[in-house]
Design a protein. Structure first.
Length: 248
């Protein structure tokens, strides 16, 4: 059985309700997606700000109290995980590592590059030997020419953003379909009493019988109130017509 649509379906109330339900749902999804993307982007960018702040604190600590104070400070994160802790390393001029915070966390990264090849004032990345994980590092020179490095273990920034974008693009079409399907379903449910009322009114016009009634719904909304008033009107009309027939 085929569904019959009015010739001017785009001007019907059902179409307008479907359109507005779907538009609100789809726009809400797109807005949430944009906010989520911006949040992920800003979170990754804030990771650099945290590294820079930590580096400044260690440089200040080393200049004021010496490298022993730096060593004491790094011991405080001995039980931290690689995701939450900072990589802190102090390298001497002969490429000897004087301080390395929690060495077990960073053993998978190749840290053997000579310090004179490591740029100061720029971001530098150490790559893990197995899974390709990155260690993002900022470096600074102390007064005695030692190299102080602070960093964090992250995945590739572009890879994270690209995967997030691909996920959003893959969900857009299903969410649009869900929006239109849900909008049509809600419009169909919302207009069911109106269709019943129209059907009863059409039946009365065709048969001139006033004994039919619109079945009320269980909800106490405005449309159900209209249905009850319509039924009461039919009941009074039926009584009036019966009285007229009796008098005649």
């Amino acid at each position: 059985m085929r569904l019959k649509f009015p010739k001017r379906f785009h001007k019907t109330l059902a179409f307008r309700l479907t359109f507005w339900y779907s538009a609100i749902f789809i726009l809400s999804f797109l807005l949430l997606s944009v906010i989520s993307y911006l949040f992920v982007f800003s979170s990754i960018r804030d990771n650099r700000a945290a590294i820079q702040a930590e580096l400044s604190e260690y440089v200040s600590l080393a200049e004021r109290q010496g490298i022993d104070a730096v060593k004491t400070a790094t011991r405080k994160q001995a039980n931290a995980s690689r995701r939450t802790s900072f990589f802190v390393r102090l390298v001497d001029t002969d490429d000897t590592t004087l301080i390395l915070s929690n060495p077990r966390l960073w053993k998978q990264f190749d840290l053997s590059r000579p310090q004179h090849q490591i740029p100061v004032g720029e971001w530098y990345y150490y790559t893990a030997k197995r899974d390709g994980e990155l260690l993002e590092v900022a470096s600074a020179r102390l007064k005695d020419n030692k190299l102080l490095q602070v960093g964090k273990s992250i995945q590739d920034r572009e890879e994270i953003l690209e995967r997030f974008r691909d996920t959003l693009l893959a969900t857009i079409i299903p969410m649009v379909l869900i929006g239109f399907t849900g909008g049509a379903f809600l419009a169909f449910r919302a207009l069911r009493p109106v269709r019943d009322l129209s059907g009863v009114a059409r039946s009365i016009v065709n048969t001139a019988r006033f004994d039919t009634r619109v079945p009320p719904s269980k909800t106490a909304d405005e449309i159900n109130e209209l249905v009850l008033l319509f039924n009461q009107m039919l009941e009074k009309i039926e009584i009036l017509i019966g009285a007229m027939k009796d008098s005649l």
